[in-house]
Structures are given as structure tokens and as C-alpha cells.
Design a protein around this ligand. Sequence first.
Ligand code: TXA
Ligand code: MG
Length: 333
Amino acid sequence: MNTEVLKINPDAPDAALIERAASVIRGGGLAAFPTETVYGLGADAFNPSAVEKIFRAKGRPADNPLISHISEISQVRLLAREIPPEAECLMERFWGGPLTIILKKRPEVPAVVSAGLDTVSVRMPSHSVAHELIRRSGTPIAAPSANLSGSPSPTTAAHCMADMLGRVDVIIDGGDSLIGLESTVVDMTGPVPTVLRPGAITAEDIASVTGRCVYGGESSGAPKCPGMKYTHYSPRADVVAVSDMKNAAALLAGAKGKTAVIDLCGGDYPADVVYDAGADLASYAARLFYLLRRADEDGVSLILARLPGPEGIGAAIRNRLLKAAGGRTDKPC
Ligand code: TXA
Ligand code: MG
């Protein structure tokens, strides 16, 4: 398949170019596009054969449901049959932004979108290009992250192209994703709001609106977020999540092949490459997936990456990093 790449400035999105991508969505094709979290791989959520193409393009297991993206809060009613008042408050407070809300689904939502579940996950991005693309498409857009299944989500157009050129009709190059980790997924179908995937909006942020919110999913036995059992965010290199960077030298000693360290403000380590994750956790989040992919491009075979504490966006960084590392840390279990 020939993939058209459209370069669109997020500060002043070109209406004609967005319209070109929107016509691909309306015509049942696939369009990769930037969001504030990561790049997404979109299709018309109400066109089952278009949505099936997403699963083929990514190599994604069919039992892993997709998020439907909307451009106005009112569109949530096209997808959800029941909207608890607390969920409405979350939408008012956090949309557009990096929060995905799971609700009871309307029967009109194709089973392929929800992987046969009775629920639907909905998100309204804040990114100008994503917003305009959804608006002009005139339909909710089902979109997972635009990576091949199993690899880190793309946060730059180049990484999106590395995985999706030849697999989709169009890729919008709209610059880097500012947040860099996928949205928080919160389940609002049970008695207590439950975060199934941590992200930039924390359980504490949600509890400040709803009164209560717990972390669930993986931490509570059987995963309710089906993707969590599949997604490993893994580069080809081995990854170790390091909670005490004083252990780095010992972990690097005797390592075979090219070694790399990812740390805040770089740092002085006996590795072949030291990648600077920025000065704070927000920049670490923004750079983590980029650096994991970059290490592969640089031929690195072992990556040591700082494992931050669980405060704020640290919980999301820990979640992705521990998956990338397959649970390998500097501490015995
Ligand atoms: O930031 C994001 O959320 C990005 C951008 C493109 O919006 N999208 C994204 O989609 O990360 P994806 O498909 O890579 O991850 C969605 C996660 C998966 O773990 C999936 O299992 C879970 O959300 N999910 C989706 N619908 C669900 C549902 N109805 N019930 C439980 N989990 C659901
Ligand atoms: Mg994904």
C-alpha cells in the first residue's frame, strides 16, 4: 500500500490537508495521526470493515478493544448507553485531554471496536490536529497507538512512519507528542472509579473530582483492561528498570554488546551511551518511548533506565518501564 504523508503544523492546522485525511477515514481507510499522548492509528468507529484493518495493520489480537476518539463531549452519547454523573464530571474536568473513560456501550457500536465486551472506551484528545481530524471526519475515530503490536508507542512522526509506512493510507506528521505516554484508562462502569492503565491524569486527580478512585486492572488479579496482558512496550534491547542508580555500574560490568543508560539529566555512567531523559518526570514521560526506540536505532543491546517513584506521572512511567523490562529490576523480587 502506498502511504501518503501529510505534514501539518499543529499551531495552525491546514484545513485542506486535514480534509484529505478525513476523507480517508470517511471512505473506510486508515489514517495515523498525532495526539497529545502518542500517535494513533484511526478508522471510522462505525465501519466494522475499516476497524478490522486496524487489527491487521498492527498485528493486534482481536480480543483487545479500541478507544473511540471524539471531538465534542456530546458525541459520547453516540457510543455509551449509560453515563454516570461522576463520569460526566470527569469529562467536564479533563476533556480534551489524556483521559479515557470506560462506559456501558450502545448496541450500535460494532463488536470489533469493543472486542465483544459490553463496554466502550471513549477519549476526547486535546491535540489540535486530532481534534480537527475527528471533527471533519464526522464520526468517532477508533484508534489504538500507531505502533506494531508489542513495540513502544510512537511519539514522533518518524517513529510512527517506521512502523506504519506501507500499512496505512495516510500518516499525518504533526510533530512530537507532548505527553509521550498513553492516556489514563478509568473504568466508570463499577461502583468505584478504577484506573486500569495509569497515565498523566492520576488516580488522585480523578478522586479530586469523584471522591474515590482506585488502581485496578493488573494489580487486582485478572486484568479487566485486555491490552495490559499483551502490550510490552518492548524495544529489541534488554531493559532493566533501576530503582537505585548506584547499582548501574555493577549492572553494566561484564555486559555484552553496546550498553545505554537512561536517566534524568543524563549523568556520568560507564555505558556506551547515556540518554538524557530531561530534568523532571514530565520530560522523562515525554521521552521514554522515544528513547527506547532510539536505543534500538543506535544498536544498543542493554538499556538501564531509572525507575522513578510512584508519585504523579511516576506511576505511569513505572508501569510502562516495568513492562518494557519484563519485570527485570536491580532489586531481587
Ligand atoms: O493515549 C491513548 O490512549 C492512545 C491515543 C492514540 O489515544 N491510544 C491507545 O490505545 O493507547 P491502545 O489501543 O494502544 O490502548 C488502549 C487500552 C488497551 O490496553 C485496551 O485493552 C484498553 O485500553 N481498553 C480499550 N477499551 C476497553 C474496554 N472497553 N474495557 C477495558 N479496557 C479497554
Ligand atoms: Mg497501544
